[in-house]
Write a protein that binds this ligand. Structure first.
Ligand SMILES: Cc1ncc(COP(=O)(O)O)c(C=O)c1O
Length: 379
């Protein structure tokens, strides 16, 4: 059996041909492919505006900045996420508050958000962990009487739905952020995007993406033929046209990618449905999980570790998502304590992300299941 990892990209000859075409085009950055990819993302999600950038982290950074997050403001998210979700707030010198998760659906507990809201709360960032959307309707309710913005960290959740709205349509939020890292639903190698229906947020994100440099709507009077002016302190977070060409080609195939992820998820659900030692992510009738991850919880930490090592001996490389962000030494140095969010810590001790990606064959999925069952039997 080949080496099996928890996730990987699906690249075929179409993708390679598109990348080669982009490489042969006049502009390999700041050319035509990036706007075309943004149009494809808008069409796919239903949002009015899209800004493609160099990573999901860059997308979080610029959308927080565009929403005005600044020193002493507070942002609420959960610890069960990749550190970038909260790091991007720290870049802007804001304070992060961590709401614990719900141990049934592995998502931020919307009722815990409520107790953390103060008059300094500027943004709530729910994380659609593994591809399952958070309870957006309830979270949106908290923001209605305050000037609090919602940014969906949808890095795991391209193609998912909450009720009838596709993730990225921003029906329940001010913006949504995606990552196109190779383990995600589609890839541009590195890459990310902000989706929004808010024109002002869109325009600011465009400025932040490229040094804050404006080439059309000037504040001062142009005094040279190639006049452009810097209007805010931005970054170079641009996506290249080579990456965007790959993104366009990948997005064309997303339905089949998700279909295959779902087939694999259903095999796992079926295999472990009667297990007393394995708990799987809750399913909701009105939410569609696009399964970036297939995340399971074992009865206890030693059982999880035993399965992890047994799978590794059999050339199956699973992952643990995530160590709570507030347990990283950097966050501890800022005064955070993972014991304040005990369910996220308990989750971290028992979680394993099983292999799920379109190129995984049924034979490989059953091989993984067989090895998990064998590891559980020897315990
Ligand atoms: C939940 C979450 N947020 C943010 C990011 C950051 O995305 P990127 O790796 O593209 O910077 C990731 C990527 O791993 C993620 O999983």
């Amino acid at each position: 059996m080949n080496k099996i990892t928890y996730g990987r990209q699906t690249i075929n000859q179409d993708d390679i041909n598109e990348v080669v075409k982009a490489l042969n085009s006049a502009a390999i950055t700041q050319g035509e492919y990036v706007p075309a990819f943004e149009n494809a993302l808008k069409e796919y999600t239903g949002a009015k505006y899209a800004v493609a950038v160099s990573s999901g982290t860059a997308a979080l950074h610029i959308v927080y900045a565009a929403l005005g997050l600044k020193e002493d403001d507070e942002l609420i998210t959960c610890p069960n996420t990749f550190a970038a979700t909260s790091n991007a707030a720290l870049y802007l010198k804001a304070k992060v508050k961590f709401a614990d998760i719900n141990i049934d659906d592995f998502l931020i507990d919307e009722y815990k958000i409520k107790s953390l809201i103060t008059d300094k709360t500027k943004i709530i960032t729910p994380v659609h962990y593994a591809g399952l959307t958070c309870n957006m309707e309830e979270i949106k309710k908290y923001t209605e009487n305050y000037n609090i913005k919602i940014v969906e960290d949808a890095c795991h959740a391209l193609g998912s739905y909450y009720k009838n709205s596709k993730t990225g349509s921003c029906i329940y939020s001010d913006a949504a952020v995606f990552s196109f890292h190779p383990v995600k639903h589609i890839t541009t190698a590195e890459g990310g995007a902000v989706l929004t229906n808010n024109e002002d947020v869109y325009k600011k994100c465009v400025l932040y993406r490229s040094h804050g440099m404006e080439k059309v709507n000037f504040k001062n009077i142009p005094d040279s033929p190639t006049y452009h002016e810097m209007q805010l302190l931005g970054y170079n977070y641009r996506m290249t046209d080579i990456q965007a060409a790959l993104g366009i080609s990948q997005l064309k195939k997303i339905e089949s990618f998700i279909e295959r992820r779902l087939e694999i998820a259903e095999i796992y659900y079926d295999a472990f449905k009667n297990s007393s030692q394995i708990k799987m992510q809750k399913k909701y009738d009105d939410r569609f999980n696009s399964h970036h991850l297939f995340s399971v919880l074992f009865e206890n930490n030693s059982l999880r570790d035993k399965v992890y090592y047994y799978l590794k001996e059999n050339n199956i490389f699973t992952q643990i998502h995530y160590m709570p962000v507030n347990k990283h030494p950097y966050y501890e140095s800022l005064g955070y304590n993972y014991k304040d969010t005990p369910l996220s810590y308990d989750f971290y001790r028992r979680e394993l992300s099983l292999p799920v990606y379109p190129l995984l064959s049924n034979e490989e999925v059953y091989f993984v299941i067989d090895k998990i069952n064998k590891a559980l039997k020897v315990s």
